[in-house]
Design a protein around this ligand. Structure first.
Ligand SMILES: Nc1nc2c(ncn2[C@@H]2O[C@H](COP(=O)(O)OP(=O)(O)OP(=O)(O)O)[C@@H](O)[C@H]2O)c(=O)[nH]1
Ligand SMILES: [Mg+2]
Length: 219
């Protein structure tokens, strides 16, 4: 006689996925910190300047430190190639239809890396202000990049990522006068959403406040 099983009427897949991702992220963090590697997840809007910031960091730091960059994009190796030209080793992950990197992507990559030879690992996440908030990766700090070209409401409209980040860069401040963006309002919004967040208004183009970023990252 067949046993009657109760079939659940709702499957909470999201909760399982988040729990699995979080467990893998914590394993990633254990592995990376056991090799004393500083790790950063760079998230932000499409075109906000994530790759440009990484190019500038690598240009300034790669003489003294071995930097590895994992770049996430839906397709192409463009960002990884840009960064590599400045002296870092890189790998590009093409996520296809997925709009964020997850802990599994990172787990897979770090298994094949020469971890003992790496000082700093940057992960450039897929350009997106929504999806990355679902997946932590197992890094020391998350750095959120927005820019004044996305409009002064970009921060208040995306509170979740602001809450989940340690540092927020407001990039392209060289364009403030042309765009008439209210930078103070953007800074206040970030602080209101996450009082602990460090806000760095900067410009890759003019290098204004770039030294503050290097300080914050302790590079
Ligand atoms: N004026 C100005 N332009 C900048 C600045 N930073 C980046 N840009 C320009 O903004 C554009 C996009 O920069 P990327 O670094 O490719 O942006 P991204 O966030 O990596 O973009 P995705 O990876 O496609 O999401 C490029 O044309 C950069 O030259 C800045 O501080 N000022
Ligand atoms: Mg990029």
């Amino acid at each position: 006689m067949s046993e009657e099983r109760e079939i659940p009427r709702i499957l909470e897949m999201n909760e399982d996925l988040t729990r699995d991702n979080n467990e893998l992220a914590s394993r990633n963090h254990k592995i990376l910190s056991s090799h004393k590697i500083k790790t950063f997840d760079i998230v932000g809007a499409i075109g906000a300047g994530k790759t440009a910031i990484l190019e500038k960091i690598v240009e300034h730091v790669s003489k003294d430190k071995k930097i590895y960059v994992i770049c996430g994009d839906v397709t192409t190796r463009i960002d990884a190639d840009r960064i590599e030209q400045h002296g870092a080793s890189t790998i590009q992950i093409n996520t296809g239809r997925e709009c964020a990197l997850n802990a599994y992507h990172i787990h897979k990559v770090i298994q094949s890396l020469p971890l003992e030879a790496i000082d700093v690992l940057f992960i450039e996440n897929v350009g997106n202000l929504i999806c990355p908030s679902d997946f932590i990766l197992g890094v020391d700090k998350r750095v959120l990049v927005v820019s004044v070209t996305e409009g002064e409401h970009v921060i208040i409209k995306h509170p979740l990522l602001v809450k989940m980040s340690e540092i927020i860069i407001i990039n392209k401040i060289d364009l403030i006068d042309i765009l008439e963006t209210n930078l103070n309002r953007m800074i206040e919004d970030a602080k209101k959403i996450n009082p602990k967040i460090t806000v760095i208004p900067m410009s890759v183009k003019t290098e204004q406040n770039f030294d503050l970023l290097l300080n914050q990252l302790q590079l």
